[in-house]
Design a protein around this ligand. Structure first.
Ligand code: C2E
Ligand code: MG
Ligand code: MG
Ligand code: MG
Length: 299
């Protein structure tokens, strides 16, 4: 019996080794493919509009990365970003995103389209010793755009992970004129005390709360709470994942004027922005909404 158990143990170990090897091989394969894709310029940024729903104005866009292999379908970030997590490529690709978004913002400004552009960064990226100096050179290389038109989005959870270091970098970026948004806000452990330490300008309400707000009063309460926090700290609040007119209507009644989502516009190619901006109109139900007291909401 002992012998059998040993054999089983060994088999298990072998099986485990094979799986580990396959996983590692697949990962290095993907890493190589992504490295090559970066060299071959197969990555592209799509841009999703952010609007002020009450005023019916366009605030700017969020840059969202996609992989377009020469033959094959457009790939969303969750299909390739996990493969480069914690690898130097994460920083390289992040640099490319900032470079491309700043250049695009400058081009739009020169064409008379004043859009604020936000980019997503990871904590690995922002905690590189040369993050701020690289950002500074990037901005200097594009004098046609003022730094205040660049916004950096960092996940609330990443900012919390290394609060002191991250807030120091955020402060240095702010000195350059660049603003910060806390992304997927509400999914971390939001507390008033840590917000005090983070020099953020915008809270982005996570789309999971917006998705369920029409029939889940807990999510409605969270949104209402985040709006209250943003007001208390003098921050802008923006809701993600607005898919319907009703979402926007309810958000406006909760006092959240800014938003983005498929119901406003899907992420699009840079070249499509001009036409979208000149045609977009907020629905009539979004105009002159007066925020109502939370407890008066029909739910
Ligand atoms: P995120 O920054 O929270 O971006 C919002 C995501 O929600 C985007 O997905 C966007 O296309 C999607 N979205 C927008 N409106 C709606 C809506 O109404 N309904 C639904 N269901 N989804 C909506 P995407 O482009 O697939 O990006 C997913 C995540 O990948 C982003 O979440 C961000 O965390 C990350 N990501 C995207 N681009 C970059 C990048 O350049 N660098 C880094 N580090 N991360 C990125
Ligand atoms: Mg984002
Ligand atoms: Mg988000
Ligand atoms: Mg997200």
């Amino acid at each position: 019996a002992l012998f059998e158990a040993k054999m089983q143990g060994k088999n298990r170990l072998q099986q485990y080794d094979v799986q580990w090897e396959q996983k590692t091989l697949a990962l290095t394969g993907r890493l190589k493919a992504i490295k090559k894709a970066l060299l071959n310029e197969e990555f592209v940024l799509f841009y999703q509009p952010k609007v002020n729903m009450a005023k019916g104005t366009v605030l700017g866009v969020e840059a969202l990365i996609r992989w377009q292999p020469p033959s094959g379908e457009l790939m969303p970030p969750n299909m390739f970003l996990p493969a480069i997590q914690d690898h130097p490529l994460e920083v390289e690709l992040g640099d490319w995103v900032i470079h491309t978004a700043v250049a695009q913002a400058e081009a739009w400004h020169e064409q008379g389209l004043s859009l604020e552009v936000s980019v997503n960064v990871t904590s690995l990226q922002i905690l590189q010793h040369d993050f701020v100096s690289k950002l500074k050179s990037e901005l200097e290389a594009h004098p046609g755009i003022s730094p205040r038109f660049l916004q950096i989005e960092i996940l609330e959870s990443s900012a919390l992970h290394d609060l002191n270091k991250v807030s120091r970098v955020m402060r240095q970026c702010r000195e350059l004129g660049v603003r910060f948004a806390l992304d997927d806000f509400g999914t971390g452990f939001s507390s008033l005390s840590y917000l005090k330490h983070l020099p953020a300008s915008v809270l982005k309400i996570d789309q999971s709360f917006v998705r369920n707000m029409l029939d889940d009063s807990d999510d409605l309460s969270i949104i209402s709470g985040v709006v209250g926090m943003s007001q208390a700290f003098g921050l802008q609040v923006l809701a993600e994942g607005i898919e319907t007119e009703e979402h926007g209507e309810l958000l406006l009644r909760l006092g959240c004027e800014c938003g983005q989502g498929y119901g406003i516009a899907r992420p699009m190619k840079a070249g499509d922005l001009h036409s979208w901006v000149s045609h977009w109109q907020a629905p009539n139900t979004w105009k002159v909404q007066k925020p109502v007291e939370f407890h008066n909401l029909p739910l």
